[in-house]
Design a protein around this ligand. Sequence first.
Ligand SMILES: [Fe+2]
Length: 309
Amino acid sequence: MNQRASQAELLGASQARVAQVIDPVDWEHFCAEYWDRKPLYLADGSDRFASLADAATLRRLVESGTPWLYRRLPEMYIDSGFVPHEDLVHEYVDMDGRVARAPRLDRVRQLLLNGATANCFGQEAHFPELMALKLAFAQAFSAEVETSLFYSQKDHPGLAPHYDCGEIFVLQISGRKRWFVSDQRHVNPIVGYGGPVAYDDKAPHATIELEPGDLLYLPRGTFHHACALTEESLHTSVAIKMPSYLDLLQALAGNAADLDAMRDYLPLGGPAAWADARVELVERLRGATALPAYGAAVQRLLGRRIPAR
Ligand SMILES: [Fe+2]
């Protein structure tokens, strides 16, 4: 089998896995009607996500401090308030003179006893089916994907109303959780850009109760918050981090210094003449995108985002 055929097969298998998650909505219909457009709620009520992870194991992991060993620190919330990382992590200098960190397990355990929410990243290391799900989403959407596990407790809200900067698929694994999904949506948010956007609590919102096996898809920028209705609730949040036009522009900028046309002077005449150079700029950008180096930069953008198999 040639490489292109096997890639197509891989993509087909990945899209089929995503299609199972969004069933009965099919892939094409989802992409045309919902993707980056509007939320999707699918009631299922089965144990179809039960093999992804389980609440008891995740709680044990949190109590033992394991999630603090991963690249992205876990987040804990208590009644809509974020617990600062420095309250939960002790930094020290090890025998080799390196700064190391260790979770303050007494605080973590007390927070859990008080009803805290824990949002843990990188836990697919402990849950093979969660890893398989992550890979399928990454392949299907050609995008970087982050899966986090949200452990939350009855009547204790986790995060305050907020939006995310990626497309979010919420897969309810166990327990029940009530979601508030606002009509308020911030346009095309990107991590690290722009100022804070205030939540409008007067905006219309949908109230959705997720049960095991249910799916909720939220386009980026959609304000939401949630609260567990059962003693424990566990869901995985699959976040799709699509490349944007800004990424393309940055890929182009990365090559620009190698291009004679881009190192060329702007015309004499100061800011007015430089502003008039916009037509010329667009022409030169067009020329730059036609060069093989641009194609290679775009490929690197893709490679950075999808884990190797
Ligand atoms: Fe969120």
